[in-house]
Design a protein around this ligand. Structure first.
Ligand SMILES: Nc1nc2c(ncn2[C@@H]2O[C@H](COP(=O)(O)OP(=O)(O)OP(=O)(O)O)[C@@H](O)[C@H]2O)c(=O)[nH]1
Ligand SMILES: [Mg+2]
Length: 464
């Protein structure tokens, strides 16, 4: 389980700015796809050694009723789902009554509280912090969310007591180990019915316990001599009870399940269509780099034009998921449910594929020959060689010059080439660019044309 951090504070103190900073590190490897929303309230993050989840909340002003009440409600829920809260205040505006109100909420509902004095760039930390001691929620940490000052130190302090999860361990790497699958989706899309179908009746009685708000249920099972673990976020219940159960939907629970799983089955509802919540949850699967199978449930009883409409919607709303296999099913009748595990296996196999440096570099060269990267500031971006930097999801490391300037569209072009050639269907693919050390960096303007030619020759030498 990842530690969960909630960001709370009155309006405009910089919660969303801090959220972006705390979640960006992981996004850096993820291409910007059209349709992939980044303005959301939940995110994966990893700024230091410990990965975590962050919740952004709306501002709590204190006083007025109406919107304010809803905000407080949301904030309290976030605090209850979180392991720790960071209360943000504004160094420029100083202490306000609303800050007292927020501190009070934190005291009452948060498990652990940290105090961040934001917008403190260019100020003496002790001076910026001094008046906030009186909030009585601990030592103030002067930070600048916008500039990133002291944000790492703050987050490391917050996470200090949580275990370091060794992310690179890649559980289930050996063939005979179990494959863990998370089933995620909005309430009432049919997750529990599907899980029941996958597991078979006999298993269900044993796991007839509704999950708590935070915990998902992990159920081991075997199919065709292969061991699986199903991580169910809805709480697995006996068939008869599936319909009575009012599911308590928690994005945090879904994110924890995504984190734990090797492959995600995302369930959509053909009758309801695709909602904002579906889009943002699926975006998070992509950002976390999980292999994915997209399942559209309740396919029974739809007319041909309705089916076409749903397919078109999928294309239109989820273009960033075109890498994933799509399967239409009826969990209720069991139609096509048997296609799921084979698709999960294909996705996992793609996610775990070994890519050779020779083949990657050859493909990079042919991609560059077909479409050279653009010129930037009069110099062409050079991409020289590629090798694999990780699995599940596959990371392809590309070395060259000016690589930090490779445009998004070009990154997507490369990803699509690699995806096609190496058959990486079902898994996100990440590119990581490395610019070679240039010993003349920063001195370019001082060189005469002759020196520049000499430098070029030297650089060739350095590369070998
Ligand atoms: N100077 C400075 N400005 C900042 C800093 N952090 C955030 N801001 C600015 O403060 C304003 C509000 O930032 P947001 O991150 O939207 O604040 P918020 O707390 O999410 O606001 P609500 O969601 O409306 O409650 C924006 O104009 C930010 O650019 C900082 O560290 N320094
Ligand atoms: Mg905000």
């Amino acid at each position: 389980m990842l530690p969960v951090i909630a960001l709370i504070g009155r309006p405009n103190v910089g919660k969303s700015t801090l959220f972006n900073r705390l979640t960006r590190s992981r996004d850096a490897l993820v291409a910007d796809y059209p349709g992939l929303t980044r303005d959301r309230n939940y995110g994966f993050g990893k700024l230091g050694p410990v990965p975590y989840l962050v919740i952004d909340t709306g501002g709590v002003a204190g006083g007025e009723i109406g919107i304010e009440e809803r905000m407080v409600g949301q904030t309290v829920r976030a605090l209850e789902e979180a392991d720790a809260a960071i209360v943000l205040v504004d160094a420029r505006e100083g202490l306000t009554a609303a800050d007292e109100h927020v501190a009070d909420l934190a005291r009452r509902h948060a498990k652990r509280v940290w105090l961040a004095v934001n917008k403190a760039e260019g100020q003496d930390a002790a001076v910026a912090s001094s008046e906030f001691h009186s909030l009585g929620i601990g030592e103030p940490h002067a930070v600048s969310a916008a500039h990133g000052d002291h944000v790492s130190a703050l987050i490391e302090a917050v996470l200090d007591e949580f275990e370091v999860e060794t992310e690179e361990a890649e559980p289930g790497e050996e063939e005979d180990e179990e494959l863990s699958i998370a089933v995620i989706g909005r309430p009432n899309v049919g997750k529990s019915t599907l899980v029941n179908r996958l597991l078979g009746e006999e298993r269900l009685v044993v796991f007839d316990e509704p999950g708590t708000t935070r915990d998902s249920v992990a159920v081991p099972f075997e199919r065709n001599d292969r061991k699986y673990v199903l991580i169910d976020t809805a709480g697995i219940r006996r068939r008869a009870r599936v319909h009575e159960a009012i599911e308590k939907f928690s994005i945090i629970k879904a994110l924890q399940a995504i984190e734990q799983a090797q492959v995600v089955i995302a369930v959509l509802d053909a009758h309801e269509g695709i909602t904002e919540q579906d889009v943002s949850l699926l975006g998070l699967v992509l950002e976390r780099g999980r292999a994915l199978v997209v399942v559209t449930n309740k396919w029974d009883g739809l007319t041909a034009p309705e089916r076409k409409h749903v397919r078109d919607e999928l294309d239109r709303r989820l273009p960033f998921l075109d890498f994933a296999e799509r399967i239409t099913i009826s969990a209720l009748h069991g139609t096509a449910v048997g296609d799921l595990l084979p698709a999960v296996e294909r996705a996992y196999k793609a996610a775990m594929r070994d890519l050779s440096t020779t083949e990657l570099t050859r493909e990079l060269e042919s991609a560059v020959t077909a479409h050279p990267p653009p010129m930037v500031r009069g110099r062409r971006i050079r991409l020289r060689y590629a090798h694999q930097g990780g699995r599940n999801p596959p990371v392809i490391v590309i070395h060259g010059n000016q690589t930090e300037r490779v445009p998004e569209a070009y990154r997507r072009y490369l990803i699509n080439r690699f995806r096609k050639v190496f058959k990486l269907r079902g898994t996100p693919v990440r590119l990581s660019f490395k610019t070679g050390e240039n010993p003349y960096k920063g001195r370019r303007n001082k060189l005469t044309p002759r020196q520049q030619r000499r430098r070029k020759r030297l650089m060739k030498h350095v590369k070998k």
